[in-house]
Write a protein that binds this ligand. Structure first.
Ligand code: SAH
Length: 236
């Protein structure tokens, strides 16, 4: 399902910022921490403004690339400028309209899990904790199955995530009923409120174990400054 604009705070913020050069605050509410703001201009970052792990990821991209959850298309734009073949997809129609307007040639408003498997890619790129779209550890099954459908035999997945362990002082503060990186979010922008959704943050060791179950091998390529890392996954 594509996100209707009346429940799409992030897409609305992106669209406003692109059209007017400014936006109101984009808020994230979660069951794990106090509400915080996503600075909308950050979503429009240039290569030089990107964290190192994203720059490394971009330089590891090869062949036909699918930028999944592309938001404003910042990564796609850079890749396209380097002469690479990239398709940017997002579930937000407003985001995809912006990606188009910023000059990315191949875009599609689509849910990754419903992306038509007609074409296969050399690189699946998911940045800014892009693996979050799996929603939960259980959701990784569908995530990896879709990746398999879309990847060429020697293709790779490049993704980043963070270990949220640092948010808990004690083991017993962690939720009993779920993995501690499974977060429930609601976003809002002005009076536009999203439906609640699940977003997964996964530590590297759990990612590696899970990937193995679905016949992917996993290597850590780079570490960020705040318990975050970049991983590269390939089919076994
Ligand atoms: N990769 C971007 C944005 C990350 S935010 C960056 O690094 O700046 C996550 C993005 O994923 C949002 O734009 C959201 O609309 C999109 N998204 C969430 N679920 C999705 C899904 N199932 N399929 C495609 N895109 C999705």
């Amino acid at each position: 399902m594509i996100l209707p604009s009346n429940i799409d705070p992030m897409g609305s913020a992106i669209s406003d910022y692109h059209k007017n050069g400014k936006a109101s605050k984009l808020w994230v509410h979660s069951d794990i921490t106090d509400k915080h703001e996503i600075p909308v201009p950050y979503l429009f970052r240039t290569y030089n403004e990107m964290p190192n792990i994203e720059q490394v990821a971009l330089n590891k991209c090869k062949g036909n690339i699918l930028d999944i959850g592309a938001a404003t298309g910042s990564h796609s734009l850079w890749l396209q400028e380097k002469g690479m073949s990239v398709t940017a997809i997002d579930i937000s129609e407003l985001a995809v309209e912006t990606i188009n307007n910023r000059g990315v040639k191949t875009t599609l408003a689509v849910d990754f899990f419903e992306f038509p498997p007609k074409q296969k890619f050399d690189t699946l790129l998911l940045l800014m904790n892009g693996i979050g779209i799996a929603g939960s550890i259980n959701g990784l099954k569908e995530f990896f199955s879709k990746c398999k459908e879309l990847l060429k035999t020697n293709g790779q997945i490049l993704l980043d995530s963070s270990d949220l362990n640092y948010m808990f002082d004690d083991e017993d503060e962690k939720p009993m009923d779920k993995y501690y990186g499974e977060v429930r979010y609601v976003m809002n922008y002005r009076d536009i409120i999203s439906d609640p959704f699940n977003w997964l943050f996964i530590d590297y060791s759990t990612l590696k174990t899970e990937a193995f179950k679905y016949a992917f091998q996993c290597e850590k390529i780079s570490e960020g400054e705040h318990f975050d890392y970049l991983a590269r996954l390939t089919m076994k």
